[in-house]
Design a protein around this ligand. Structure first.
Ligand SMILES: [Zn+2]
Length: 324
């Protein structure tokens, strides 16, 4: 459960029951003054128990502990509700903090999903089971906003904040230039691909994500501490693989759209997904939702580049190849 990664820097594995992610990596840096915990887990029982057991084993006093949260998703952020005390500082990026303050607007997501061809009966299932809704943090948390280039000092570590938007609006990583350690959140994972989703029309997350990958590529990194699965060393190689993965996805969508127009849900159902399931219809509810969000992010990217076009047909958005 607990692994020492570097001097006074530990990983606690927080289980995420029923999630294909399996677990969240929470990183704990111990210091005589204030400890720092990076990312937490869902706001539910198993996560809370694992965190409490881990902190006890490490001898961490929660009253002398601050938090850095890489991004707003409930598996990183939700458990904060159970862990903060009166003296806690929560370091968090501004774009995600703004979204948190405006509340979880599932109705807006559902409306957008409907425009993109999501079937009505499946939308009801999403309302019941969306983990972002079920395991989110309680309202009212107060943040210390971190900006690009800010430094967070803890013990012998001086972490620089690196803005890496894409996986969420304001996703932020930490980089320790002397130790060449990079705390990646969900920006770069090794065994799985970070999910890039879009559920509104207001930004182009894939474009921002690819730019964030290029930015991190320039850093001198020896060890990557990701939000899920194993820690790893070959950061530059992994960045190239991730870029290649998205290029393949974009090409796949182009070939699906060749000769006919389709909505995003139909396109997602024809894409190849890394999941052991006999057919699209048998995908678990949440996986279908993530897949469609991912398809929409790629469609937005292609639309912004002028490669495909979109039009309203009745109550649905249809995509087709742009005529040159
Ligand atoms: Zn995430």
């Amino acid at each position: 459960m607990i692994e020492e990664i570097s001097a006074n820097l530990y990983k606690i594995e927080i289980p995420l029951p029923m999630s294909p992610l399996k677990a969240l990596n929470s990183y704990v840096i111990k210091d005589t003054e204030r400890n720092l915990i990076i990312d937490t887990g869902w706001n539910q029982e198993e996560c809370r128990n694992a965190m409490q057991t881990g902190l006890k084993e490490l001898g961490v006093d929660i009253k002398k502990t601050d938090f850095f949260i890489s991004h707003l998703h409930a598996d990183h952020f939700g458990l904060l509700s159970s862990l903060t005390t009166e003296s806690t500082t929560i370091y968090f990026n501004r774009p995600d903090a703004d979204r948190f303050r405006s509340g979880f607007r599932l109705d807006d997501f559902v409306k957008f999903a409907r425009l993109n061809g999501y079937p009505e009966n499946e939308l009801e299932a999403i309302r019941q089971s969306h983990p972002g809704l079920k395991f989110r943090a309680k309202e009212g948390l107060v943040f210390h906003i971190t900006e690009e280039g800010d430094t967070i000092n803890v013990g012998e570590y001086a972490f620089k904040c690196v803005a890496t938007p894409g996986h969420t609006w304001g996703h932020m990583c930490l980089y320790e230039p002397n130790k060449k350690i990079f705390v990646a959140g969900d920006h770069i994972l090794n065994d799985i691909t970070p999910n890039i989703q879009l559920w509104s029309d207001e930004w182009d997350p894939l474009n921002e994500y690819l730019a964030s990958l290029d930015k991190v590529y320039e850093l001198d990194i020896e060890l990557v501490l990701p939000g899920h699965r194993g820690i790893f060393k070959n950061c530059k190689e992994r960045i190239q693989e991730l870029k290649h993965h998205h290029q393949k996805r974009l090409n796949e969508i182009i070939s699906i759209l060749e000769g006919s127009s389709k909505n995003a849900f139909q396109i997602a159902s024809q894409m190849s997904w890394d999941i052991i399931c006999d057919s699209w219809d048998l995908f678990p509810v949440s996986q279908k939702w993530f897949a469609t969000g991912e398809a929409i992010a790629h469609l937005k990217f292609l639309g912004e580049k002028g490669i495909i076009r979109r039009e309203m047909q009745g109550q649905k958005i249809l995509f087709s190849m742009a005529r040159l």
